[in-house]
Design a protein around this ligand. Structure first.
Ligand code: R2B
Ligand code: URA
Length: 312
């Protein structure tokens, strides 16, 4: 083991920098975070990125750019960040994802589903490594379908199940199935509930299991997609099986998100609001006003959590 390797390992441990699980990165002289349009440049000297992003403690991710912009404005207030004017989209030129920075918090969009989310997640993890962020936490703020809970309930994911009802994430790598566990950090779940929930919120926040599927329609047992080869009874049996496993919400990212962050040892959590009770139907029929009101709920919970986290 070379001295440099030893010194850099000790430094990473002491400062709690992010260590990724890719030895090839250590030998790459240059890097470019293509979908974010962030040029790392020389990987041996990332001082510019450290200057721009080194203070980041929390990365909030969510489906749409407009919701992440709203979140950025909301967090300005909650965290008393003295900024005015329109939040600037730092990734606008990449035209794929939106990124806003509010003090030590990034708010980044991830699109729909694990495939678009995993692209930005890999690049965000490289960003926090190059910027030498110390022990960052990644929180997904999303929407979902509920299972036996009233619409508008906020669910903090405990275990993430995939569409095969396994508490793992499955991915094809070099033509082979690779299966990895999908568990979120217990500290994050505990703290989001402890610091984020207020008895006077007027809605329920629970911690429960989540199913993350690769398809909104057949993958979530809907009968209203373009294809459906099962009966209403088959669907209800499946949803009941999910419920029996402690699953209380269904979305499209949880298992990938849990497995990737767990693999690299970055703390993460998934906080979603239910838009529908799937035991009662398939179509999301709430009004846009109601949807926007529901979408504020995870903001409230996560806003309080972040505020407390930054005070520690
Ligand atoms: C919840 O909502 C989206 C699908 O409508 C997807 O991103 C998810 O997980
Ligand atoms: N998002 C999902 O993935 N499923 C739903 O039922 C609602 C939102």
């Amino acid at each position: 083991m070379s001295e440099n390797f030893f010194v850099s390992t000790v430094r990473d441990i002491v400062f709690r920098f992010v260590k990724l699980r890719n030895p090839h990165l250590e030998t790459m002289p240059m890097d470019y975070l293509y979908h974010l349009d962030i040029n790392v440049g020389n990987t041996r000297d990332t001082s510019e990125l450290q200057h721009r992003f080194g203070d980041v403690k929390v990365i909030c991710v969510g489906g749409t750019g407009s919701r992440m912009r709203q979140l950025a404005l909301y967090l300005r207030d909650v965290l008393s960040v003295q900024e005015s004017g329109d939040p600037v989209d730092l990734c606008e030129r990449g035209q794929r994802y939106a990124m806003y920075k509010v003090g030590p918090v990034l708010c980044v969009s991830h699109g729909v589903g694990s495939s678009t989310f995993s692209v930005v997640l890999h690049e965000l993890l490289k960003l926090v490594k190059y910027a030498r962020c110390q022990e960052p936490v990644i929180i997904r703020i999303g929407t979902c379908g509920g299972l036996g809970v009233p619409p508008g309930t906020v669910v903090v994911t405990k275990n993430a199940f995939n569409g095969l009802l396994r508490n793992e994430h499955e991915i094809a790598i070099l033509g082979k199935r690779v299966v990895r566990p999908a568990v979120f950090s217990e500290d994050v779940i505990r703290d989001v509930i402890a610091f984020g929930v207020d008895a006077n919120d007027g809605f329920q926040t629970i911690s429960a299991n989540t199913m993350g599927t690769d398809c909104f329609y057949e993958g979530q047992g809907r009968t209203d997609g373009a294809i459906c080869e099962y009966t209403e009874k088959d669907k209800m049996e499946f949803l009941q099986k999910c419920h029996d496993l402690g699953i209380r919400n269904i979305e499209m990212e949880a298992s990938m998100f849990a497995s990737v962050t767990q693999k690299v040892g970055v703390m993460a959590g998934d906080v979603c609001v239910t838009l529908i009770d799937r035991l009662k139907g398939d179509q999301v029929t709430i009004t846009m006003d109601q949807k926007h009101e529901f979408e504020q709920r995870p903001f409230l919970v996560v806003g309080r959590y972040i505020k407390k986290l930054l005070q520690q």
